[in-house]
Ligand binder design. Structure first.
Ligand code: DX5
Ligand code: ZN
Length: 237
């Protein structure tokens, strides 16, 4: 990443609103507001009620939204059968897919299948999962998803140790010459964003504690998120 001023570096940090936190009864209008506010991609949490005990959205919602927006679709699979859902969302037309290392029986093969479909492949790590899980799939990665909460639900508090894990993940990848972005997901709040960005976060999943915060409109919250990003960048470079 070129060394530039924090203000111009802000464009390197991407904001990915978590669709499960949107107004699902007025979703198209909500997405329009977010696009006008200036977001970079939409984060979709696909859960099967087995890997995690929840199922907020499904394939039909993603398929219907696909025809309504050109936004980048960032899929976060929290499922037991990764290969089934990879095929299903690839068919819909998405730009990146993260699979959890904890549920991937054949992680190398699944990541390869995603990349072979010209989709960016990511490995997602639960808070307690060590970075060493990435060691033998580094050449299959286009990004890493660091869960800063235990997956399955919005509105949780960040697991404190994951802040250190973001910085250690950046060092882990840099030491191995792997120049891929780090996405962070879970309680990415106005307060936590500066620390997360300073630690090395490049893609921020905005949920109930930032983009969808009850205190402001979508536009106001995106602006507050961008301000928090600038604080973190000033500290990072
Ligand atoms: C949780 C999901 C997150 C969640 C974020 O498993 O992966 O995307 O929606 O919600 P907040 O930001 O409220 O923690
Ligand atoms: Zn997610």
């Amino acid at each position: 990443m070129p060394v530039e001023s924090p203000a111009s570096l802000a464009s390197y940090i991407q904001i990915a609103p978590s669709v499960m936190c949107a107004d699902l009864c007025n979703l198209e209008a909500d997405i329009r507001e977010l696009e006008t506010a200036g977001i970079d991609m939409l984060h979709f949490d696909l859960m099967d009620a087995h890997f995690v005990p929840n199922m907020p959205i499904g394939l039909a919602l993603i398929e219907q939204l696909r025809s309504k927006t050109d936004a980048i679709f960032d899929i976060h699979l929290m499922v037991e059968n990764n290969d089934f859902f990879v095929d299903a969302v690839a068919e819909i037309g998405v730009q990146q897919i993260a699979v959890h290392v904890e549920s991937a029986t054949h992680l190398d093969r699944t990541l390869s299948v995603i990349q072979a479909s010209n989709i960016k492949a990511g490995a997602a790590l639960n808070p307690a999962t060590p970075l060493s899980e990435l060691d033998y799939v580094l050449d299959r990665l286009d990004f890493v998803l660091i869960m800063t909460v235990n997956p399955g639900f919005a509105g949780q508090k960040m697991v404190p140790a994951t802040l250190r894990k973001i910085a250690e993940c950046r060092a882990f990848l840099d030491e191995r010459g792997v120049d891929v972005p780090i996405e962070v997901d879970g309680n990415v709040s106005f307060e936590n964003i500066p620390k997360m960005v300073s630690a090395g976060a490049d893609i921020l999943v905005g949920g109930t504690s930032s983009v969808f915060h009850k205190s402001g409109s979508r536009a106001e919250n995106v602006q507050r998120t961008q301000q928090a990003v600038a604080l973190g960048l000033a500290d990072r470079f």
